[in-house]
Ligand binder design. Sequence first.
Ligand code: NAP
Ligand code: ZN
Length: 351
Amino acid sequence: MYKAKAYAAASAVSPLAPLSIERREPTATDVRIEILFCGVCHSDLHLVRDEWHEAMPAVYPLVPGHEIIGRVSAVGPAVKRYKRGDLVGVGCQVDSDGTCPECRAGHEQLCANVVLTYNAPDKHTGGVTYGGYSESIVVEERFVVRVPESLDPAGAAPLLCAGITTYAPLRRQKVGRGTKVGIVGLGGLGHMGVKLAHAMGAHVHVLTTSPAKREDARRLGADAVIVTRNAEEMRQHAGSFDFILDTVSAAHDINAYLNLLRNDGNLTLVGAPEQPFLIPAFSLLTGQRTLSGSINGGLPETQEMLDFCGEHNITADVEVIPIQRVNEAYERLLKADVKYRFVIDMASLKG
Ligand code: NAP
Ligand code: ZN
């Protein structure tokens, strides 16, 4: 074991504060990574404040962070794919059984024994896993992905969650040229959804509660913007979307978006508000619409997404912050005031 500097929440109502944590020494198949940048996902905030208590109770101290970019500093003797100095990433998972049908198909996120990057039982320490708001991390080689050197590492960090979480459902729904896509919520996930759907050739509409984001939405690749609080704008698009990706983090009326789908259209939910949805049967029966959920993505698809971003030069629009400002960043997330992902510069932890 060795000591690593980190930021942790001590309870659901405590601000994040410095904490010294223990990390394991790399085992034969482990990679040790010195973390350069870690994105701030709204899921970090939900978990720190124990908003998902029923599905995923928080265990304190909780060290969040699952948008990790860093350089390899040590590898175990059996590690084959990485060497010291490589630019790598770690996303939402750090282990799985590796043997079940889901793992064999590269859908590790669906494995019954998946281990999340933080707040999950850690078989190595007997405690819980600690995430990327930390100077280093030790991860099983299988869960480490290669980051194209051509990408800015701060802008690439959010690809590890916001990127894959939006890329996977866009691919699953075969979004491409001619697809009319709606992205609901222009935050961290939403802005990646816009960039990726645009790069796939889709006709992209942003559905936002923030009229001030109109120009940014277009700059990010949207063909049109719908302000959802404007009933007339919503009515004009009724029954017209092939696919809608809902990234909203707070309680909202999902029926307003279901009604925008064409016959057989699909709405995929990736946002995870604390409160349940109320959905009248006819929002789905009419037009035979489908409502799906999606949870980040597996390793092969994460690597595919990173390579796609390398090829198209896609990174997140980031506001880089020192870790000492992370509590302020959380407050701004709650006000939908992020352009469009906070990313922690981990050098600030060393000072
Ligand atoms: P974020 O950066 O805070 O963005 C959320 C956006 O939702 C806001 O920018 C805002 O966009 C919109 N919004 C906020 N409150 C709203 C309200 N009351 N009504 C309508 N729209 C509202 O959050 P994020 O990091 O992108 O995460 C979004 C959600 O996805 C979170 O719940 C997070 O936990 C979840 N998530 C899920 C997965 C998965 O695997 N499924 C992975 C990562 C995150 P506008 O200003 O444009 O309206
Ligand atoms: Zn996330």
